[in-house]
Design a protein around this ligand. Structure first.
Ligand SMILES: Nc1nc2c(ncn2[C@@H]2O[C@H](COP(=O)(O)OP(=O)(O)OP(=O)(O)O)[C@@H](O)[C@H]2O)c(=O)[nH]1
Ligand SMILES: [Mg+2]
Length: 199
């Protein structure tokens, strides 16, 4: 599968979001869950900056992507939530950026959760917020390479119960699950864009 991708822009607020309208898919999840790593694994090149320390991605980064059988789209790397360093001011900036992004009704979302920790309160809270705001959202379990086979079965069952639907398990490290995720992305992007809803 030939995939082409390019970095388009970074935005600290809605005014900086691209004016060009394409289907969009945003990566949402706790800091350090593996959003930027998953983008790089999907695109097969290190476009998004990753870090072992949480809080690496501080802006909304937009990548233009072309993949076979999928109309061109923006993949969006958003800052993670649940990251304390930088204090209240930093947290509010992140919250405002995410609120701006979703208020603009720009597209669908992948909610990334760590496969080792199913059903964390902030993740369930984020999921409920997205669903309440009418955002099309699919759950992806990251870092599955870190689990034993028995843990995988148990944690995935737990996740599917918590999020009332199928969960795609992936590893940015081994590439496991990426093909299934591409199939899901193609399906998500063929749906009509989500309408903006009042908060
Ligand atoms: N073993 C393993 N480690 C991973 C995987 N994906 C990401 N990591 C590691 O997890 C850490 C965080 O990854 P990032 O991709 O920077 O996480 P992020 O969600 O973008 O973090 P923020 O930008 O801080 O919100 C890095 O040390 C990655 O190498 C994976 O699939 N398997
Ligand atoms: Mg990141």
């Amino acid at each position: 599968m030939r995939i082409t991708s390019e970095f388009v822009t970074s935005a600290a607020a809605a005014a900086g979001f691209p004016k060009e309208r394409l289907p969009e898919l945003a990566m949402v999840g706790r800091s350090n869950v593996g959003k930027s790593s998953l983008i790089n694994a999907l695109l097969r090149r290190p476009l998004a900056r990753t870090s072992a320390a949480p809080g690496k991605t501080r802006l909304a980064n937009f990548f233009r992507v072309q993949a076979p059988g999928i109309p061109p789209f923006f993949l969006v790397d958003l800052p993670g939530y649940g990251y304390a360093r930088g204090g209240q001011a930093a947290r509010e900036t992140f919250d405002r950026l995410a609120a701006d992004y979703f208020a603009a009704g720009r597209g669908a979302t992948l909610l990334l959760v760590d496969s080792r920790h199913p059903g964390l309160d902030p993740d369930v809270g984020a999921w409920m917020w997205l669903v309440d705001h009418g955002v099309t959202c699919r759950v992806v379990a990251t870092k599955v390479d870190k689990l034993t086979q028995a843990e995988r079965r148990r944690h995935l069952a737990e996740l599917e119960r918590r999020y009332s639907g199928p969960v795609t398990a992936v590893s940015a490290q081994t590439g496991e699950g990426l093909e299934a995720l591409w199939t899901q992305i193609a399906r998500l992007l063929q749906q009509p864009p989500t309408a903006p809803t009042a908060p």
